[in-house]
Design a protein around this ligand. Sequence first.
Ligand code: F0G
Length: 435
Amino acid sequence: MSAELVCFEANCRARFPVTEVIYNCTRCGGLLEADYPDWQLDHGHMKALWRSRRISNLPLDQSGVWRYREIIPFVEDYRSVVTLREGNTPLLPAPNAAEYGGLARLVFKHQGFNPTGSFKDNGMTCGVAQARRLKMTRVACVSTGNTSASMAAYAAAAGLEPLIFLPHGNISFGKLAQALEYGARTFQVEANFDQILALVRVLAEKLGIYMLNSMNPFRIEGQKSIVIEMMDQRDWRAPDWIVLPGGNLGNTSAFGKALRELHVQGFIETMPRLGVIQAEGSAPFYEFSERHGEGEFRAIAKPETLATAIRIGDPVSWPKAWHEVQVSNGAVEKVTEQEIADAKAQIGRCGIGCEPASAATLAGIRKLTAAGTIAPDADVVAVLTGNVLKDTDYIYRYHTGQLEAPGGVKIASTFGNQPVVVPHDLDRIAYAIEH
Ligand code: F0G
């Protein structure tokens, strides 16, 4: 299978070998994507083959990414692949969350079940495979926490040296702790995500370090598997909507590419609509969509949100994401800090749980159903991007009435659940239980 990189810009479409170490088009600066010119998949055969791999003990088959390797065929030698058995994440029906979101039914695809607790693992196994193929020894990323946790783990497993750059003071301790535990050299930079990314791009070029941020097209190839696995689990019946949070917009780009490819190759008969949800204080993509994509894309200089995973003002992949939202006839919504916090508690009450950024999905669904954009009987899958234990500080503060939005506005503990302090006394504990 021949693979190439192609410029995403419609009026450029320059092509490059997949073995070139580039992240942007050298002709026009556009984003790059992997392309397979002589690609033709027999969808009936592939569906049966992929299903049969679920009972295989081969590491590649056990991965919820590499099981679908024919649809991400950029690797030539699979010995460069390191898998931690990523993917394999469940579809979880959540009737209570559905009701809260104004829907008859709702299913969560929970990417928090991944080895490092977020959807980043689906892409990272591919990015690291490419790094090894290119014989790079050092890999770097700028991250709001999850990419760094994932990159640290995969780099460690692959014998590469991970270098991580984080916005100082603005990532959760759980994510920072993961990077440290997996042995990454970790730099906490006194700037925001967008500023650090601009700096590290120059640094990586200068020092010959391979960048594993989501503008890396091979990570996007891996993240396609979230949608592919979802369809496999649904016996290839496409939902009406797939709803996900939007930060740097890599995942939106990956989902759109996967859907287009599955549709063109005949795996699915209909195209789901993409619903992208942003946090109110970090919503440049929402603002752009409100203007119907007219004029310049306006970055937000000082993005704010307690959902630190999506605290991004200048999303790198917006041109791709905008294309995918349009092609899928999708929608972009923004939600407040209070809406995210309450939706998150509702997801918790389903016995499911997730990190704050993930809960933007349910908050967004609630708004989109109220506005009539999503019909109450629609078949909706919401993607929960990160595990509930990623940000425990947020949870404790919410339930004990101590959570404050940026700027100091108090978040109401609407569905709060205070722990109760009791003396070591049987009768008084019994009394507390009964009253
Ligand atoms: N949800 C979670 C839990 C995330 O960690 C991220 C992004 C997103 C949603 C948004 O995805 O950027 O593809 O639109 N986290 C990145 C990071 C930026 O560094 O971990 P996106």
